[in-house]
Design a protein around this ligand. Structure first.
Ligand code: ISE
Length: 335
């Protein structure tokens, strides 16, 4: 059965998802592209062979020729559109973050629970990245012994918008680490502290966070949205018996002019191309079978990321170590 998709948002991620579904994954078809800009929607629809374009997202969701939805519109629309998908009984792949507000994530969880079944797969694609999969497997197999620390660097060439702030580094970029680290460690956070060094110019300085887990592990995360040189994500998981570090994910090395060089991507789409494909394949399986991936993020994981992001933003604003208060996981979300 071919899954007919509505792709909401024809920006960077909507376009990326639409191309993956249309070109890389058999059994999926982009039926409608929805965007506030008719021109942008039409350009993407033409590129991926979509039958129709719309500007009203809620109307796209309820169409009878739409089986499932990809939500890739601006962050503030993610939760309302997820709720619309739940109401319409449609499964959705929702880009991260589910919401920057934990309370709003909770409304999505409550709606899913009331509907009695899962609808939302959240786009924390790093869970499908081979490096993190190998870290998790080394830990689960016991090769590393007990986990002690996880170091994380997350660097962008430049901020996505001129008005980007340190708090946004925590609420928009760091949720990737908040999510994937708790996935790899299988632990929740107990507290977070956040610091910023001084830059010599007006650009947003890196944010450096130290998190403590409920199992007594330490996690540090550097988010540097103005790293200038390239898109660069690194990580190392340190255990009592060994450590596992992510290698730079490059396919080639250039030897020329007395130097050996490897390149950087300018953003995350190349670095995580395979992770996105795996994630989107898992979503199609979920739509077809109702079986939710064992590793994908769900609304509960979106909530967890928002709780720690809110605490992190407070830690940065106050200079204080802030406790992360996570309620017990609802039975509905146990896997
Ligand atoms: C950005 O906000 C994202 O959402 C991307 O997925 C991430 O990889 C990037 O580094 C972030 O800044």
């Amino acid at each position: 059965m071919t899954i007919r998709l509505a792709v909401i948002g024809a920006g960077i991620m909507g376009s990326d998802h639409a191309h993956i579904f249309a070109n890389d994954l058999p059994g999926a078809q982009v039926q409608v592209v929805c965007d506030a800009s008719a021109e942008r929607a039409k350009a993407l629809a033409d590129a991926v062979g979509a039958a129709d374009v719309m500007s009203d997202a809620e109307a796209a969701i309820v169409r009878s020729d739409v089986d499932a939805v990809v939500i890739a519109s601006p962050d503030f629309t993610h939760a309302p559109l997820s709720l619309a998908c739940i109401r319409a009984g449609k499964r959705a792949l929702c880009e991260k973050p589910l919401s920057q507000s934990a309370a709003e994530c909770m409304t999505v969880m409550q709606a899913e629970e009331a509907a009695g079944q899962r609808h939302i797969q959240l786009g924390f694609m790093r869970r499908f990245d081979q490096s993190y999969a190998e870290m998790k497997s080394a830990l689960d197999k016991g090769t590393l012994g007990r986990a002690l620390m996880m170091h994380n660097f997350h660097r962008n060439v430049e901020t996505p918008a001129a008005d980007f702030t340190g708090a946004m580094a925590i609420t928009n970029s760091a949720p990737h680490e908040f999510d994937v680290v708790r996935f790899v460690l299988g632990a929740e956070y107990a507290a977070i502290s956040a610091f910023q060094p001084k830059r010599s110019d007006a650009l947003v300085a890196p944010v450096f966070m130290v998190l403590e887990t409920t199992d007594g592990q330490l996690v540090n995360i550097e988010i540097n949205n103005n790293a200038a040189y390239g898109y660069d994500v690194r990580g190392e998981l340190v255990g009592e018996a060994g450590s596992i570090a992510m290698n730079a994910a490059t396919y080639s090395r250039l030897d020329a002019r007395l130097a050996q060089t490897t390149g950087y991507d300018s953003d995350w789409r190349g670095r995580y191309a395979e992770a996105y494909r795996r994630q989107n394949r898992a979503f199609l399986h979920f739509v077809r079978s109702g079986e939710f991936s064992l590793i994908a993020s769900d609304a509960w994981d979106g909530y967890a990321a928002a709780v720690v992001a809110e605490a992190g933003a407070r830690a940065l604003a106050t200079g204080q170590r802030v406790a992360v208060e996570m309620p017990t996981q609802p039975l509905f979300y146990k896997r």
